[in-house]
Design a protein around this ligand. Structure first.
Ligand SMILES: Cc1cc2nc3c(=O)[nH]c(=O)nc-3n(C[C@H](O)[C@H](O)[C@H](O)COP(=O)(O)O)c2cc1C
Length: 183
């Protein structure tokens, strides 16, 4: 039987690759907030995040469980989310907060596990709004370019190359990028 594609497959998600997004969440009472966060999927159905202790996003998701993952059109939105915390947020028909005029997934956290100084959140997709030309940001391509440039430099430090290798394996496991930087 041919299974219909999941929304994550349609978006182009690859298993266990990390994509950089903007998570919008809200406390039980008070203003919604938005913060850059990496997300990934192991099963192409559920979304996972690793959120460090102390962030508003973690407090909000712990309190209300529902949040959105928004896909920036360009890198400047990550900066705006961090610098001003005044991204244009809208309320979705389902009552969540989301970045205005951007593609989004609507999610409900259904598992939260402590992992050192962070929590791994697993969430079910409860809705989505996907615009044309939605872009996924994965760091592996840019990191591979940086790795190759570093390699050509005289006196490059082994730990610098090792750090690129670690990051590339983390954000794009089993990819061509990971193969390029394997020793
Ligand atoms: C591209 C990018 C990705 C990030 N990914 C994460 C992440 O996966 N988990 C996390 O806890 N923080 C991540 N951060 C850091 C948070 O966005 C940052 O700590 C933010 O200030 C948290 O805001 P909040 O307190 O409003 O939740 C990331 C930052 C950037 C720029």
């Amino acid at each position: 039987m041919i299974m219909p594609k999941t929304i994550l497959e349609t978006l182009g998600f690859r298993r266990n690759w990390v994509y950089e997004t903007i998570v919008a969440s809200h406390p039980k009472k008070g203003l919604a907030s938005a913060a850059p966060m990496g997300v990934w999927t192991g099963d192409l159905r559920r979304v996972k995040l690793k959120i460090y202790n102390g962030s508003k996003t973690l407090a909000n998701i712990t309190a209300s469980g529902a949040f959105t993952v928004n896909f920036p059109k360009d890198v400047r939105l990550f900066h705006r989310a961090l610098a001003s915390k005044r991204l244009p947020l809208i309320k979705t028909p389902s009552g969540l907060h989301a970045v205005k005029d951007h593609s989004r997934l609507e999610l409900q956290a259904n598992d939260m596990k402590k992992a050192g100084n962070a929590v791994i959140v697993t969430a079910e997709i409860t809705g989505h709004r996907i615009l044309k030309n939605t872009r996924l940001f994965n760091r592996a391509e840019a990191l591979t370019l940086e790795y190759l440039i570093s390699k050509t430099k005289p006196n490059v430090k082994a730990n610098e190359l090792a750090e690129y290798r670690r990051a590339i394996r983390k954000v794009a496991p089993k990819s061509e990028y990971a193969m390029i930087v394997e020793r």
